[in-house]
Every structure is written in structure tokens, then in C-alpha cells.
Design a protein around this ligand. Structure first.
Ligand SMILES: Nc1ncnc2c1ncn2[C@@H]1O[C@H](COP(=O)(O)OP(=O)(O)O)[C@@H](O)[C@H]1O
Ligand SMILES: [Mg+2]
Length: 219
């Protein structure tokens, strides 16, 4: 019963200032649960666009994208509901404290145990004593650990992370990175990471390099 994302011969282009920018053409890729994949490549190559397409946040201008959850074909909306997202700029809600941010995805689903589960995750992230801190009182690394836990808290099938350590120093990056990969391994979800960092990419089961519209296996 496959849980996978299948991109087949996709192309993607933008119309900008009367010109069309073609990011990629005839690109195919399968993403599965239980595996991690790093997408590397220079700035502007289309990594974020590719991640958005794989996550069902936007549709490619050509080709086909198919999503499967436990053997059933689902639409982009359903895939998104079974996915967690981690961004470079953390995106915590400034009006909620740490535990409030963490509990939010579960509260939105009407889970009464939201705060208990959030407390367990805070402990797992080593942030038990930060529960009542506001995002602006937390360091970048602490905020990103909350964001990592928030992405995993709903037991998603896939996690999509776009430059998740882009705003962190090297040492903090290592900590956040190992947490992310440990959580993915533990939960068996699929992890797709876009990164500039070779060190981060080295943690992934597979690495692909996107440049000039071509996706190739990276060293
Ligand atoms: N909505 C958009 N409209 C026009 N151009 C866009 C849009 N989104 C991205 N681009 C352009 O597409 C290229 C690739 O963007 P992006 O996917 O963000 O690359 P990367 O994440 O690899 O840096 C960039 O040149 C960017 O300016
Ligand atoms: Mg990007």
C-alpha cells in the first residue's frame, strides 16, 4: 500500500515582465515515506518551487503530479493535511507562547489532548522550561525546534522543509538537523529538505542536485 508522491514529466514556468521563465522541463521524481531526500542547488534554480509542487501547494504548468496515501490516490488538499512544513523563518505565531504554538495544529483538529501532547514534544525537544515563553523570547534555534515539533505533532506522512537551517549558526543547525532526521526516522514519515548546506544534505538517504532545469543525483 504505497504512500508516495509521483511527479511525472513536470515542467514549470512563470510569466514575468512579458517574458517566460522556464524553471524545469520533463522532470520526474518519486518521493516515498520512510525515506529522506535532500534537494540541493544554487539560489534561483527552482528548489522552493519544486518543493511547493511536491507538497501540493502549487500545481506545475505541465506534466502530472499524483499523491497516494496508503494505496489510495488523494488530491493535493488531502496530501497537505497529511504533511508538515518547516521554513527558514520559523513562522511561529507571535501571539502564542511556545506550548500554544505547538498545540495549535492539534487544537485546530479538535484534539482535547493537544496541550498534553505538546508538553511531551517540548520535553523531547529539550524545551520543557520554555513552555510559557513567547517566540520573541526564544533564540533562533529554540524557535526552529518548536517549528520542527509543530510539523511532526500531527503525525504527518511527509515533512517538507525549505532551508530549515538557513537562519541558524553552524552549531545550532546541527542540533536542529539531527532532531529533524531522528523524528523522521522514528515516525517513518518521508522527509524532503531543500538546503544549501552540504552537511545537512549529508544526513539524507538520497541527494538530488537541481540546476539549469535538470535534476541529477548529487554526490
Ligand atoms: N511566483 C513567481 N513569479 C515569477 N517568478 C517566480 C515566482 N516564484 C519564483 N519565481 C522565480 O523562479 C526562480 C526560482 O525560484 P525558487 O523556486 O524560489 O528557487 P530557489 O528556491 O532554488 O532559490 C527565481 O528566479 C524566482 O525569481
Ligand atoms: Mg528557495
Amino acid at each position: 500500500m504505497k504512500t508516495a508522491i509521483e511527479l511525472e514529466s513536470i515542467s514549470h514556468e512563470f510569466a514575468a515582465h512579458g517574458e517566460s521563465i522556464r524553471l524545469f522541463d520533463n522532470l520526474s521524481l518519486t518521493i516515498r515515506t520512510g525515506h529522506s531526500l535532500a534537494i540541493v542547488g544554487p539560489s534561483g534554480a527552482g528548489k522552493s518551487s519544486l518543493l511547493s509542487i511536491a507538497a501540493g501547494l502549487e500545481a506545475p504548468t505541465g506534466g502530472s503530479v499524483r499523491f497516494f496515501l496508503k494505496g489510495t490516490a488523494v488530491d493535493a488538499r488531502t496530501l497537505r493535511a497529511h504533511s508538515g512544513f518547516i521554513f527558514q523563518h520559523f513562522h511561529l505565531m507571535p501571539e502564542l507562547d511556545a506550548i500554544g504554538n505547538l498545540a495549535l495544529p492539534l487544537r485546530l483538529k479538535g484534539d482535547r489532548r493537544a496541550f498534553d501532547v505538546a508538553a511531551d514534544w517540548l520535553e523531547k525537544m529539550g524545551l520543557k522550561d520554555r513552555a510559557r515563553h513567547w517566540p520573541h523570547q526564544l533564540s533562533g534555534g529554540e524557535q526552529q525546534r518548536i517549528a520542527v515539533a509543530r510539523a511532526f505533532i500531527s503525525s504527518p506522512d511527509f515533512i517538507f522543509a525549505d532551508e530549515p537551517t538557513g537562519n541558524l549558526d553552524a552549531r545550532t543547525s546541527e542540533g536542529v538537523t539531527s532532531l529533524m532526521f531522528d523524528c523522521a526516522k522514528e515516525t517513518g514519515c518521508g522527509l524532503v529538505i531543500v538546503t544549501h548546506s552540504r552537511r545537512l544534505a549529508a544526513f539524507a538517504d538520497n541527494r538530488l542536485h537541481l540546476e539549469a532545469g535538470r535534476l541529477e543525483v548529487a554526490a
